[in-house]
Design a protein around this ligand. Structure first.
Ligand SMILES: *Cc1c(COP(=O)(O)O)cnc(C)c1O
Length: 477
């Protein structure tokens, strides 16, 4: 037996090897308000509900009260009405899964149901389609990442159980043409979900936007993650739905077993109330004015960075991002010696202490290819370091300008392709070892560009299997 002190020392050591969760050095995954008192408040709120079981809000009535108040706040923010009901979920993915589960249950068509969405829709909808056995019909977007409404509208048919559009979509921060699409969906009686997981708590305070929330006629549900721009610890999102009866099919209930009667609003049974208590406390502390101030500062930082990047020769911002995130691509209009590969750039930024997120090139269903990009998510804390980040971007750009990016075909040539069709745990591990990707004890390799090139080179089914092996081995005792 170890003493509590020893145990916590060990945890501190482990934590010290994590990517930094504060200070804005990691430009994805974490959403730092830059307000230490907010973290302290959240921690105290979590401690107060630590032993509570969120499974049963009739026994733990604090859970019902906090859920009600968070839903009310979100409903006002996203312009719902008396007909808007809500669910507190464990995060964006669960909100997406539940929106699909609900539409699947409500679907009355004769054919196999489908989800219709632009190809930039979040991967959680691929997961939902797989889990709940719906077809996923992905509509190609233009080279600037933007969806043309007509291309999606023409694919609506009697098998469409759900249309999903985003505010904004994660990869390039594109705001989908929500008004146009929702109007047609409404006329055709198709449910229309707005995925505002990343935008939902900050776009309400973003200047000069068209309507994108529950004000738009035809939008039947919307999701907004509190563990993103709600600044709450991980494990909480809100899913709002128009119409009680529509939403009730999202629940699971059974009295048909010998145990306690089960009523679940979400996928989990027993669950923590900690993220709920933290989010509830943060909402009460910030109020709309607090969120507004944080959004304004984030908007300023984002504008500064966008302007700076457009001044870096060799890079370009993809399309017209909406909100505090964007993707950076190579400027192909320049000569090869002035171009910058966004992945080499991101890896160089990494060695300078700034972690941006690499996104591989993506081949759409119609054969067109969206380029490799580097994604950055900006949070309030960046205000304190935006000059430093701009300088690092410039330095990284100078260091890799003119260096050709990793060629996926060359990665492919280095592989023994014979084993690919029958990949198993053993052969996948051998392949990963050959690529120098098998030993992850100290975290993923600094050169993520190589991993991305591998993903670009391989058919998705193979890269997916390899990545599963990589992750599974990571936690083998
Ligand atoms: C983050 C995100 C999700 C998934 O959310 P998780 O919280 O990571 O499960 C879904 N959609 C969008 C647009 C997102 O940004």
């Amino acid at each position: 037996m170890a003493s509590p002190e020893e145990i916590l020392n060990r945890l501190e050591t482990l934590r010290s090897n994590d990517a930094p969760t504060h200070g804005g050095r990691v430009l994805s995954y974490v959403y730092d308000s830059g307000l230490p008192e907010l973290d302290a408040l959240a921690a105290s709120a979590m401690e107060l509900v630590q032993p509570v079981n969120g499974l049963d809000p009739t026994t733990f009535t604090s859970v019902a009260a906090m859920e009600r108040e968070v839903i009310e706040f979100a409903r006002n923010l996203l312009h719902g009405d008396q007909n808007t009901v809500g669910t507190i979920t464990s995060g964006g993915t669960e909100s997406c899964l539940l929106a699909v589960k609900r539409a699947r249950t409500n679907y009355q068509g004769a054919g196999a149901p489908k989800i219709l969405a632009p190809s930039t829709v979040h991967a959680a909808f691929h997961k939902a389609a797989e889990y709940f056995e719906l077809e996923l019909d992905l509509v190609p977007v233009q080279a600037n990442g933007q969806l043309q409404a007509a291309r999606l509208i023409e694919r609506m048919d009697e098998n469409t159980a759900l249309v999903v559009i985003s505010a904004p979509a994660y990869p390039y921060a594109t705001l989908d043409p929500i008004t146009e699409i929702a109007a047609v969906a409404s006329v055709r009686g198709i449910e229309c979900h707005v995925d505002a997981c990343i935008g939902g708590w900050i776009l309400p305070f973003w200047p000069n936007l068209p309507e994108w929330d529950l004000r738009v006629r035809g939008v039947t549900s919307i999701a907004a993650d509190l563990h993103k721009y709600g600044y709450a610890p991980k494990g909480i999102s809100v899913l709002l739905t128009q119409g009680r009866d529509t939403q009730r099919s999202q629940y699971f209930a059974t009295t048909n077993w010998p145990g306690y009667p089960v009523v679940n609003s979400t996928l989990l049974g027993s669950k923590s109330a900690a993220p709920l208590a933290a989010a509830w406390a943060i909402i009460n502390y910030l109020g709309e004015t607090g969120f507004q101030a944080l959004a304004e500062s984030t908007h300023n930082s984002t504008q500064t960075l966008l302007t700076h990047i457009s001044s870096i020769k060799g890079l370009r911002v993809l399309g017209s991002p909406t909100g505090p995130l964007f993707a950076v691509a190579q400027d192909d209009s320049l000569t090869p010696e002035t171009r910058i590969d966004p992945h080499l750039w991101a890896d160089r930024l990494g060695t300078l202490g700034w972690r941006a997120q690499l996104q591989p090139a993506y081949r759409q269903p119609d054969g067109t290819t969206l380029p490799r990009t580097t994604h950055l998510t900006i949070t309030p804390v960046t205000a304190a370091s935006v000059t430093e980040l701009c300088s690092a971007m410039t330095v990284a750009a100078q260091d890799v300008r003119g260096v050709p990016g990793i060629n996926p075909q060359e990665v492919l040539a280095s592989l023994d392709l014979e084993v690919l069709p029958e990949l198993n745990s053993q052969s996948a591990q051998e392949l990963l070892t050959g690529l120098g990707l098998a030993d992850n004890s100290a975290g993923l390799p600094a050169a993520m560009a190589q991993v991305m090139a591998l993903i670009e080179a391989l058919p998705a089914s193979f890269s997916q299997r390899l990545l599963v092996e990589l992750m599974a081995r990571l936690i083998e005792p």
